[in-house]
Design a binder for this molecule. Structure first.
Ligand SMILES: *[C@@H]1O[C@H](CO)[C@@H](O)[C@H](O)[C@H]1NC(C)=O
Ligand SMILES: *[C@@H]1O[C@H](CO)[C@@H](O)[C@H](O)[C@H]1NC(C)=O
Ligand SMILES: *[C@@H]1O[C@H](CO)[C@@H](O)[C@H](O)[C@H]1NC(C)=O
Ligand SMILES: *[C@@H]1O[C@H](CO)[C@@H](O)[C@H](O)[C@H]1NC(C)=O
Length: 433
């Protein structure tokens, strides 16, 4: 039989991988760093030609770890340009360039990017760590009709004196970027007319005082910020998802025109001086880790659509935020409290819990699931809150309490405590984890 003949004595020399269909080979190759792809190309002609159409190219040069010599950076740069110049697929799906070097004179990143843009690159991930000056992203590359994803990581300077045109751009990540000025931010964002997903991640290296995000097409926005003086202005009428996370104090955050917002996740350690909650009243799902002492609660605003609320039960006076949220969320079905995570414990005397004046609408008619992770069962205020919810939530189907690190006696006490509460819902199932 033919099959037997081919797998006879020459079995060891046979290149079985080369027999695989091209699409599969390309998929395998695109999972490898480009250096390894290049290495495979010495294996056969077939591999050599595949190298020229593999969809994702990734080039990493790290002088700091490897202590590679200077001339290696030049060779690396030549390798990258040679690879790009021999590229033959009609579009380059993804180009990832990661260069960490002491000597920026030996590589012209702008030229390499220019070649990649000439290949109609769809996704660019750029990381450049230079010692002295930051790498300034070439201005002319901000006018590109084919780029769909752009991720800047690490100390790249964006100097954008006039409006750009990135009309296919859907996703933009700005990690640790430096901005020439606040106008550069506005010019960049206003040219991304179809942008849907924006990540702004700042760690104190830039001097932009007010970061303005006005993007009509934006659907998802994530802000991660450890600045002490950050101010944000957000105007995003299509926004569906918002996440704001900051370890320090935001000076202010003005969020307007976000009536399409469905989900928000707000975690800010210290003060935030503005009325952040008022802008969030359209959400269905809300996760809050803020202290009621540090936000102004919107008077008269009602969270009509809110069905899912997650609240950090660890910030100063958190229970008063719970009361406010229960009072203003008439349709809440799901409530999750998350107990102390130690980074948030502040050495301030905490006040008393003021239980709601009237039993909130959501407890009477809607709340079905109640979860308390890391329930501090020995603390008076916490116990009162748990009892109050169990005694007043008429439609509750399931209440789950969990606490780590209890011995069996403590565990029994906690369970007995909670089981002895007379529940408003006779069908409520109590679960302990
Ligand atoms: C880029 O290189 C730096 C340092 O060489 C490394 O820390 C980082 O994880 C790399 N990034 C990616 C996405 O591989
Ligand atoms: C350049 O490519 C050659 C082979 O193509 C490889 O042996 C060499 O390590 C590469 N040099 C750098 C610095 O990437
Ligand atoms: C929200 O939209 C209104 C009307 O278009 C506009 O006047 C206002 O400046 C916008 N808010 C922000 C923060 O841009
Ligand atoms: C609601 O809970 C409070 C506190 O646990 C309790 O005093 C009150 O009787 C409860 N209301 C109803 C209607 O059971």
């Amino acid at each position: 039989m033919k099959r037997c003949k081919t797998c006879g004595p020459s079995l060891r020399n046979e290149d079985r991988i080369s027999e695989l269909p091209e699409a599969l080979l390309l998929q395998i190759l695109s999972l490898l760093p480009t250096k390894d792809v290049t290495a495979t190309s010495v294996l056969s002609k077939r591999w050599k030609s595949l190298k020229k159409i593999v969809p994702n190219l990734e080039f990493i040069y790290n002088e700091r770890n490897n202590l590679e010599s200077e001339s290696d950076l030049e060779r690396f740069s030549n390798n990258v340009s040679r690879h790009l110049l021999s590229y033959q697929a009609p579009v380059l799906q993804s180009f990832h360039l990661n260069v960490s070097s002491y000597d920026e004179g030996l590589i012209d990143i702008g030229v390499l990017l220019g070649i990649a843009f000439g290949l109609h690159v769809r996704k660019l991930i750029l990381e450049v760590y230079f010692d002295v000056d930051s790498f300034t992203f070439p201005r002319n590359l901000f006018n590109c009709g084919t780029l769909e994803t752009l991720e800047f990581r690490a100390f790249i300077l964006l100097d954008v004196p006039s409006q750009v045109c990135l009309k296919s751009l859907k996703t933009l990540h700005l990690h640790d970027v430096e901005y020439q000025d606040a106008k550069s931010v506005r010019n960049l964002l206003s040219g991304c007319v179809n942008l849907e997903n924006l990540v702004v991640d700042r760690n104190g290296h830039d001097c932009v005082k007010t970061f303005t995000i006005t993007v009509p097409s934006l659907k998802r926005l994530t802000i991660l910020d450890d600045h002490y003086h950050s101010k944000y202005v957000i105007n995003a009428p299509s926004l569906k998802y918002l996440k704001i996370q900051g370890a320090s104090c935001f000076r202010s955050c003005l969020i307007e025109n976000v009536s399409e917002l469905v989900e928000a996740n707000i975690e800010i350690l210290y003060a935030i001086y503005e009325n952040i909650l008022e802008s969030l009243t359209s959400v269905k799902r809300l996760s809050l880790s803020i202290s009621p002492l540090e936000v102004t609660f919107p008077t008269g605003s009602i969270f009509y659509k809110l069905v899912y609320l997650e609240l950090c039960a660890c910030r100063a006076d958190w229970w008063n935020l719970l009361t406010l949220m229960l009072d203003t969320s008439p349709n809440l079905e799901f409530l999750k409290l998350i107990g102390p995570c130690h980074k948030y414990i502040k050495p301030v005397p905490w006040g008393q819990w003021n239980q709601p004046k009237n039993v909130p609408e959501c407890l009477l008619h809607h709340l079905e699931i109640f979860i308390w992770k890391d329930y501090e069962w020995q603390r008076e205020n916490e116990k009162e809150v748990a009892n109050y919810i169990l005694r007043n939530a008429s439609c509750l189907k399931k209440a789950t309490f969990s606490k780590r690190g209890l011995n069996s006696k403590e565990r029994l006490d906690m369970v007995e405590d909670l089981e002895s509460v007379v529940k408003a819902s006779s069908t409520c199932q109590l679960v302990f984890k």
